[in-house]
Design a binder for this molecule. Structure first.
Ligand code: 4NP
Length: 184
């Protein structure tokens, strides 16, 4: 079997000079997408791309709006050197379909919810977060499963699993941003 190629980014919707806007979206915006926002933002900063790319996160649901990150998500981030203290949960706003260059769903259910919110016009910019996970592109990887599993009802180890997926996927997104920046 041949290896599937890594994902590329579409150009910015605005101009080459405008920061590339990425949104990460899960269900509650207290576990997976805030972890992805914090890790991706930090990797963008370390790559000196902070003026070129910004990250926001949201949940499709409204149950936790205004709340900080789940304490287990925050603990996993803090134990690995990230600052989880600034997060407050937000609900996804359909205006983001027009405002963001890339909208990344953490699982198939989130993708389906986003699609039903009217994403048809931006479908090529609406992707699965793990479309960028290099492991998904390994020739030996099982085809099909691109979910970041929801850790909310599980144990602490689920948050470590999410963090590992998020870290390697965020690193690949930064590589894609660097490739995009080199072309502009
Ligand atoms: P998240 O996890 O979508 O990764 O933030 C969840 C958080 C809360 C709930 C479900 C998933 N909830 O049902 O309240």
């Amino acid at each position: 079997m041949t290896s599937r190629s890594a994902e590329r980014l579409l150009p910015s919707r605005r101009s080459a000079d405008a920061p590339y806007r990425i949104a990460v979206v899960c269900l509650g915006n207290i576990c997976r997408s805030p972890m992805a926002e914090v890790v991706l933002t930090e990797k963008i900063r370390r790559a000196s791309l902070a003026t070129r790319a910004t990250v926001v996160s949201a949940g499709t649901g409204d149950w936790h709006v205004g709340n900080p990150m789940d304490r287990r998500a925050a603990a996993a981030l803090t134990a690995n050197g990230y600052d989880a203290s600034n997060h407050r949960a937000t609900q996804f706003d359909s205006a983001w379909f027009e405002e963001c260059d890339l909208i990344l769903a953490m699982d198939e259910s989130n993708l389906s919810d986003l699609t039903s919110l009217g994403a048809a016009s931006v479908s090529e910019r609406l992707r699965m977060f793990r479309d960028f996970d290099p492991r998904v592109h390994d020739a030996s990887a099982p085809v099909g499963d691109r979910d970041v599993p929801d850790p909310y009802y599980g144990g602490d180890d689920g948050f470590d699993t999410v963090l590992a997926m998020v870290e390697r996927t965020a690193a690949a997104i930064v590589l894609a941003l660097q490739a995009e920046a080199a072309q502009s």
